[in-house]
Design a protein. Structure first.
Length: 267
């Protein structure tokens, strides 16, 4: 079932989105070489508690229902696409490509956001990797710009896939975005590929998590033995960006940003 949120619920999600964006950017600024990824998780957990929210991911059960996610924050490094589990053993190095993904529950409604960045300095990366990160973020915006009341789910995936593939990279097809709000994962699934005019028609008040996952080379991925971390099969790098948005008559309003923006703009 796809849920339509009330104006009051959307206002709560806007407030949640501002809090989430602030937390995630604080964690990214805190990150430096030599840190263990569990330190990023601990920082995120501290900030989530201070904000008066609850973490969405901690103890969340995956598809098999058997392995609850053990952390607040997903920290995925280099060839890890999403859902990397923080640990004391994973030490960040200068030039690592890191994706951090965080969901929070505020007044019983969830928001979700992810960003990718280089540890210490993006100048340490080669041009192809820099391009991949930038193109993934721009692909997110390309998908968001298609969203409005009456548009189609396939429009989002078509825009993302077209943008990415025209620039020599690939979208992961085994993993998708999703609806969000009452639960951290709601219907519908939102692939990062598709055809214009296909799929369900979007309606005013739907809240969606749009999240392109892009690889440097082959798009095929596999699930690690930890039951959570998805990695590229060929060992090449990946990037991941995500925003929670609400569908309106005029376009998509991005909820996970520090200054609320409308209709495809971003801060």
């Amino acid at each position: 079932m796809i849920y339509i949120k009330t104006p009051k619920e959307i206002e709560i999600m806007k407030e949640s989105g501002r809090l989430l964006a602030d937390i995630l950017y604080q964690v990214s600024a805190y990150t430096k070489a030599g840190m263990a990824t569990i330190e990023l998780n601990d920082k995120a957990e501290e900030l989530v508690k201070k904000s008066g929210c609850n973490p969405s991911f901690k103890n969340y059960k995956g598809p098999d229902g058997k392995r609850p996610f053990p952390a607040v924050l997903c920290v995925s490094i280099n060839d890890e696409v999403v859902h990397g589990i923080p640990s004391k053993e994973r030490i960040l190095k200068s030039g690592d490509v890191v994706s951090i993904d965080l969901g929070i529950r505020y007044k019983n409604l969830h928001t979700d956001m992810a960003i990718t960045f280089a540890v210490d300095a993006i100048e340490r990366l080669n041009k192809k990797t820099v391009d991949m990160i930038e193109i993934t973020q721009r692909a997110l915006m390309a998908g968001i710009k298609t969203i409005k009341d009456g548009s189609f789910l396939g429009d989002i995936g078509f825009a993302i896939q077209s943008y990415v593939e025209a620039r020599g990279f690939n979208v992961v097809k085994k993993l998708v975005g999703h609806g969000i709000g009452y639960s951290v994962h709601e219907e519908p699934d939102i692939p990062n590929f598709g055809k214009k005019g296909k799929g369900i028609q979007l309606k005013n008040g739907m809240t969606l998590a749009i999240e392109p996952m892009v690889t440097e080379e082959n798009a095929d991925v596999f699930l690690d033995k930890d039951g959570w971390t998805w990695k590229t099969k060929d060992g090449f790098l990946a990037a991941h960006f995500e925003h929670t948005v609400v569908v309106t008559k005029f376009g998509a309003e991005i909820l996970t940003c520090l200054t609320q923006t409308k209709f495809g703009s971003i801060i």
